[in-house]
Design a protein around this ligand. Structure first.
Ligand code: ASP
Ligand code: MG
Length: 862
């Protein structure tokens, strides 16, 4: 038989997958399903979870005196699982247990384990586990045969490899192999064999390197010309970013072999990087799926990504990168500088990963993982290299990579993503020659924030359904109560909303229950003693009353806002108002002091020019923490680019001014921006304010600002309030002397509001379809002003299939009057009710009569 589609599928199950009865039941159902579909099944599996680690420990610490206890541990794991599977393991594995005991006895006697022994010992894990697995399958399916993988995975000797790697991380050929194919055909239709192990030309046992079961499965698939390789693991596929760091990571529905290779090589641990090439060589599709959730389709890896797939598919991070910067004027127009310099790297056995060059500087990064010895040789190496240039070793940096394909062609689209780097040094930028990888090296401290930011802008904003599936949190149902769950209240109240719209024009509707739900999230932050509502977000009377009832204070940015609070609540304690004007005229400060509210100075100018107003009084100071954050340039309110706050370099002068005029600094305030999802941000601000407070003395209150990010749409993760709470608790424990305040605005009200309007006209301009609605930027300017992306739905046709791509536009005479661009939408008709979500903040308050079109009215649901 030649290499043709053989009717085989290879299923690989990892350690966690084969360690419980529950999972084994899932495995049985998968095998059954494949059989029903007409496939023959080659099931490759790993050792039971934890077993390889214990065996590895024995090899690494052979002189410990509890080696036999470790053997007992390993045996017990098999016996325990056997019990739940209904198999007499002691009988089934009697010989293996004996062999295991002998090997370890030998190690104990000699006090060390050579490579051969190492391989034999680790192989026991797979041999025992698969015997147990086969017994269970035989019991459940009546057709399963155990094969010894060492008869088929014959390894080869590569040039320049050490004895160690030939035995401990061996490789096999990836050609179709008639003998293996015939043997399996004879033994089939269901065979069970081991991952991770093989044998060399002397028929001695070798292993393929830790995590090598994936590689074994790929070898088997190649050798028997399988129709598909399925890697079953404990996560639902490959993700756009490490989901443990960024829970809004999205499932990657499809990857080309090249993309998968790039992602696996860059540290996604789901799939062993060496398992892709054998499948690619024979064009065997790889499916990565989750044993616990076999109903999910997982990630499919196959040939060429199609034109309609996203170009950037994933973001990878490698931390603890080391950079070597070489500076020399001499290298300009000089022959041989690089050769000399790289020779030094070679001499010290240092492997270089990325390189970037300029006229007078060459900076390289060392391959993480391949240069463990760097610290030992560091001084000698640097000294040697100094013969050619000035040398600086830069540590605590991380490499962030955008992975996908044709990245070069879309760099211009990444403009907004790169705003994230505005305030931070980028040490090195490198674009891989294969155009699959664009990498930049930045300070490690900044990485979490930057990755979230990039992920938000490059992947979460992408509506590409073909490439991206649900988020990790959605798949794992991990949304906890202490998170902004972004639950769309308007789906539940749809009937009510549609009725309201029957006789009415465009309307903002606010849902009081939702306001209260978000208020509670803020009030549940233990370390915060007082919350102020930043009323500029939405100054609707009923909303203000709700916050008043809930015990919130108010943060006001103009005297008009202060006066509105007193108008509504005449007896309001002025000390619960924080007045934070910016570049306001002198008269507003006078008025504020007269009313007895907390006045915040965000510039030293008022103290220099109008000291009389503040003499012998208490004030708040707004400090520029030196960096900004947020979803768009215009909403960042920290850093020199921003007009807000007193820069820290002015603090000495400030100290003099307050001393001269006998002014007491009651509180410090900082606000870094809006839409922040990094739960550490407020603690970072607290630390900075604390340092300034120490310097000034006498400060009681630290107001950490607002900026709490909401879940903008169903693809995003909510701000993890539990982590916010934990990090602030840490601060509070260390510095109990302060009262901590926060002053959220948008977080409290955005989700509670929707803008409703009706379809006026439809237009089709070739490819581009327009859905016109009765109101536009006159009611809601955020999309035009910040490029904000709000979820928009046709509420009248909520369950109709969204099968067209449209722009949703208003009636204003401005090209920018677009509420949504390139949205998947159902086919719509004149009069349909359209809903723009999360418009409870900066909606009505920013609306205008532009074009003399009255903006939407407000209506509150109680
Ligand atoms: N059991 C081996 C290990 O833990 C191989 C594998 O699980 O892929 O490294
Ligand atoms: Mg694995």
């Amino acid at each position: 038989m030649s290499e043709e589609r053989s009717g085989w599928v290879v299923l690989k199950f990892g350690g966690t997958s084969v360690s419980t009865l529950e999972n084994w039941q899932k495995i049985v159902s998968v095998v059954r399903k494949r059989r029903e579909e007409g496939f023959k099944v080659c099931l490759v599996h790993s050792a039971l979870s934890g077993v390889s680690n214990i065996l590895q420990d024995i090899v690494e610490q052979p002189d410990e005196n509890d080696l036999m206890q470790k053997v007992e541990q390993v045996k017990q794991k098999h016996i325990d699982l056997g019990k739940t599977l209904g198999i007499d393991t002691v009988d089934l594995l009697a010989n293996d247990f004996e062999e295991l005991g002998h090997i370890v006895k030998g190690i104990e006697l000699i006090g060390e384990a050579g490579y051969r022994v190492h391989a034999r010992l680790l192989a026991m894990g797979e041999l025992m586990a698969t015997k147990l697995g086969t017994a269970y399958l035989q019991k459940e399916l009546d057709e399963a045969l155990w094969l010894d993988a060492r008869n088929y995975i014959k390894t080869i000797i590569r040039k320049n490899t050490t004895e160690r790697s030939q035995i401990i991380s061996a490789v096999s050929t990836t050609d179709y192999d008639q003998n293996t194919a015939d043997a399996l055909d004879k033994a089939g239709p269901v065979i069970v064999t081991q991952g991770f192990i093989g044998s060399d030309s002397e028929d001695k046992t070798v292993v393929l390197g830790r995590g090598g079961s994936d590689v074994s499965a790929a070898y088997f698939a190649a050798k028997i010309g399988a129709e598909r390789l399925e890697i079953w693991t404990d996560v639902p596929g490959m993700f756009s970013v490490n989901p443990h760091a960024v829970p809004s990571a999205r499932l990657l529905n499809h990857l080309s072999y090249e993309e998968a290779q790039e992602i696996a090589t860059n540290g996604a641990h789901v799939l062993h990087p060496r398992s892709i090439m054998p499948a690619r060589k024979h064009q065997i599709p790889i499916h990565v799926r989750c044993t616990q959730k076999p109903e999910l389709s997982g990630t499919v890896i196959s040939a060429e990504a199609s034109e309609d797939e996203a170009l950037v598919k994933a973001i990878a991070v490698r931390s603890d990168v080391i950079l070597v910067s070489m500076e020399s004027l001499g290298m300009w127009q000089e022959v041989g500088f690089l050769a000399d310099a790289f020779d030094v790297f070679k001499h010290f056995g240092l492997s270089i990963d990325l390189v970037s060059t300029s006229q007078s500087n060459v900076t390289v990064s060392l391959d993480p993982g391949l240069n463990d010895h760097f610290q030992d040789i560091r001084d000698e190496f640097v000294e040697d290299l100094r013969r050619y240039c000035a040398v600086e070793v830069i540590e605590d940096v991380s490499a962030v990579s955008l992975l996908g394909r044709r990245i070069r062609t879309i760099l211009h689209q990444l403009g907004s993503a790169f705003e994230a780097f505005q305030e931070h040094q980028v040490y090195l930028v490198s674009q891989a020659a294969n155009d699959l990888n664009f990498t930049f090296v930045v300070e490690s401290e900044q990485v979490d924030r930057l990755v979230r930011k990039l992920h938000e802008q490059v992947i979460l904003q992408s509506g590409n359904q073909k490439s991206f599936g649900p988020t990790w949190s959605q798949l794992m149902n991990e949304e906890s109560e202490s998170k902004d769950d972004g639950e769309a209240w308007w789906k539940d109240k749809r009937g009510e909303l549609l009725t309201l719209m029957e006789g009415n024009g465009s309307m903002y509707i606010y849902d009081t229950d939702t306001v209260k739900r978000y208020a509670e999230l803020i009030q549940n932050i233990d370390a915060v003693s007082f919350g102020l509502y930043a009323m500029k977000a939405n100054a609707n009377t009923d909303i203000l009353k709700t916050f008043h009832e809930l015990g919130f204070g108010f943060e006001c940015v103009s005297i008009g806002e202060v006066e509105k609070v007193f108008e509504l609540f005449p007896d309001f304690d002025p000390q619960k108002i924080l007045f934070t004007p910016n570049f306001a005229p002198k008269s507003e400060y006078e008025k504020g002091m007269e009313l007895g509210v907390n006045v915040t100075l965000d510039n030293i100018y008022p103290l220099q020019k109008w000291p009389k107003i503040f003499k012998d009084k208490e004030v708040f100071l707004r400090i520029d923490p030196g960096h900004g954050g947020g979803h768009h340039e215009h909403v960042k309110t920290g850093g020199v680019q921003s007009k807000f706050g007193i820069p820290r370099f002015e603090i000495p002068e400030l100290k003099e001014l307050i001393a001269t005029h006998n002014i007491q600094v009651k509180g410090l305030h900082a606000h870094i921006g809006s839409g922040i999802k990094d739960p550490q941000s407020w603690k970072d601000v607290a630390v900075i304010l604390h340092n300034v407070a120490e310097d000034l003395g006498g400060v009681d209150i630290l107001d950490l600002g607002g900026g709490f990010g909401i879940r903008e749409n169903e693809t995003q993760a909510g701000l993890d309030m539990k982590s916010v709470n934990e990090s602030l608790n840490q601060f509070k424990e260390a510095h109990p002397q302060y009262d901590l305040w926060v002053e959220p605005g948008r977080f409290l009200v955005a989700t509670a509001g929707v803008l409703l309007s009706k379809v006026t006209q439809l237009k089709g301009k070739g490819e581009m379809q327009y859905v016109g609605i009765e109101t536009g930027m006159n009611s809601f300017i955020r999309p035009a002003l910040y490029g904000a992306r709000h979820t928009i739905v046709n509420l009248s046709k909520l369950d109709h299939p969204a099968n067209q791509t449209v722009n949703i536009v208003g009636p204003i005479c401005e090209s920018g009057d677009k509420l949504g661009i390139d949205r998947l939408f159902p086919s719509s008709e004149e009069g349909d009710v359209i809903l723009v979500a999360n418009t409870g903040a900066y909606g009505k308050v920013m609306s205008s009569n532009y074009n003399l079109r009255a903006p939407a009215e407000e209506y509150v649901l109680n």
